[in-house]
Ligand binder design. Structure first.
Ligand SMILES: Nc1nc2c(ncn2[C@@H]2O[C@H](COP(=O)(O)OP(=O)(O)OP(=O)(O)O)[C@@H](O)[C@H]2O)c(=O)[nH]1
Ligand SMILES: [Mg+2]
Length: 416
């Protein structure tokens, strides 16, 4: 059964929190607005409003109170003690959604790490305030005495960090292998619900989960770009959200590395949002991507073009906001713009360097030729003495090819 929830907010901008609540399967039964510039330091809402809220809660009971912001541990403690109802802030809500969605081992560990990092200051607060005895139970662990629980979770955090470090090494090896095999890597990045997974499904043969809710994707999926001779791999990644504390983003570092180490990043932005939301999501996304991602390796993909009226204005705004490699508009629903996107990706991976050379027959030469088939555009002419090759390659492969050519006794045919 859905938990009945009341939202407390200090500004009228609650639509994203409502979306998050819907994604967490909560039933929002009412919202209480107290207009304040900043939260009350000890109780988040003012004292008068707190008393009023207590009265409302007696008449209209809820299972949960959801705060449209971030609670300090002392505010959290005070609110739960005064109201006698579980209170969660926006970060905790996101963590609950993550917990529900995490399916891969890495995603589960990343979520656990984020959760523990979130809980540690809260536990400290409860230890500080509690007069010993049982843990108050708001984190669902009544069997542990608070101090012991604190010890336990710090040890648990260290174990998770170890396991994640190993998984991160695996990712690093996988990336290195792909580069060696000549794959071009592309990452789909962007705000949650922007349409990243839908795009992956339409430009590759993948069938990943697409849902109209936030954070459908927590684990990465990599698939090959369709309709191209080039070996281009596209990876779907976790969505971004505004105002997440640094440790939350840091908790997903292993997954985000797939973006940071990709040859090309497609930043997907929902073009159908209202302009202020559109720009805010663009800004949040860029703050997460920069400085690790260079603008020259960034293509901005304005998604859901079928639902957008003022596309050219959005393109212009995006271009003036960030001098990226290209801006394209697509609709995964109608297929509009997908060819242009594909072309833009392939142009990025065009092979500008021409080489011509001769390889004498040998088995190392044959393995070089098979690698060249995967990593370059080439023409091969077999002769009695050996193989003549003309090819176009990427700049970054040039040194590697020259080194391997020398190893197998190849001769350049371009140099007189
Ligand atoms: N009209 C329209 N809807 C789209 C389009 N692309 C995606 N959607 C819808 O947008 C919602 C989110 O799509 P997803 O592909 O799951 O988005 P995502 O970026 O992967 O989201 P998360 O994984 O949750 O971060 C779904 O309801 C999709 O059907 C599009 O081109 N046009
Ligand atoms: Mg997704």
């Amino acid at each position: 059964m859905k938990r009945k929830t009341a939202i407390i907010t200090l500004d009228e901008n609650v639509s994203e929190l409502e979306e998050l609540a819907r994604s967490a399967d909560l039933e929002v039964v009412y919202e209480i607005i107290q207009r304040r510039n900043r939260p009350h330091p000890s109780s988040y809402i003012g004292k008068g409003k707190l008393t009023e809220l207590k009265e409302v809660l007696e008449l209209r009971k809820v299972d949960l109170i959801l705060i449209n912001g971030e609670l300090r541990p002392s505010q959290h403690y005070l609110l739960e003690c005064k109201l006698g109802v579980e209170c969660i802030d926006r970060i905790r809500l996101v963590l609950e959604i993550f917990t529900d969605r995490a399916s891969s081992r890495e995603a589960q560990l990343q979520v656990q790490r984020a959760k523990l990092r979130y809980e540690i200051p809260l536990i400290r607060e409860w230890i500080h305030n509690a007069k010993g005895g049982e843990h108050p139970g708001f984190l669902g662990t009544g069997e542990y005495e608070t101090g012991a629980y604190y010890e336990l979770i710090t040890r648990q955090l260290a174990r998770i960090e170890d396991e994640l470090a190993k998984l991160s090494d695996d990712r690093r090896l996988r990336r290195r292998r792909r580069t060696y095999q000549g794959f071009h890597t592309v990452a789909l990045a962007g705000y949650t619900n922007a349409g990243k997974s839908s795009l992956l499904n339409t430009i590759t043969n993948e069938r990943v989960l697409v849902e109209d809710r936030m954070f459908s994707t927590l684990s990465t999926t990599t698939s090959r770009l369709e309709g191209s001779r080039k070996q281009v791999l596209i990876t779907d990644t976790i969505g971004f959200l505004t105002d997440l504390p640094h440790y939350m983003i840091e908790s997903f570092k292993g997954t985000l590395d797939e973006i940071f180490f990709a040859d090309l990043v497609l930043l997907v932005i929902d073009a159908s949002d209202d302009e202020d939301i559109f720009l805010k999501k663009l800004q949040t996304s860029l703050e997460i991507l920069f400085p690790e991602v260079d603008v020259s390796s960034l293509i901005i993909v304005l998604s859901k073009s079928d639902q957008t009226l003022n596309l050219s204005d959005r393109i212009e705004k995006t271009r003036s906001f960030v001098p990226c490699n290209d801006v394209v508009t697509v609709s995964s629903l109608t297929g509009d713009g997908l060819d242009q996107l594909r072309q833009s990706i392939l142009e990025y991976f065009s092979y500008p360097i021409e080489m011509e050379f001769f390889l004498p027959h040998s088995s190392p030469a044959e393995s070089l030729i098979s690698w060249l088939y995967d990593s370059t555009e080439l023409e091969v002419r077999r002769t009695v003495e050996g193989t003549e090759i003309s090819l176009n390659c990427r700049e970054r492969d040039y040194d590697n090819i020259v080194r391997r050519l020398i190893e197998v006794g190849g001769q350049s045919l371009l140099i007189p």
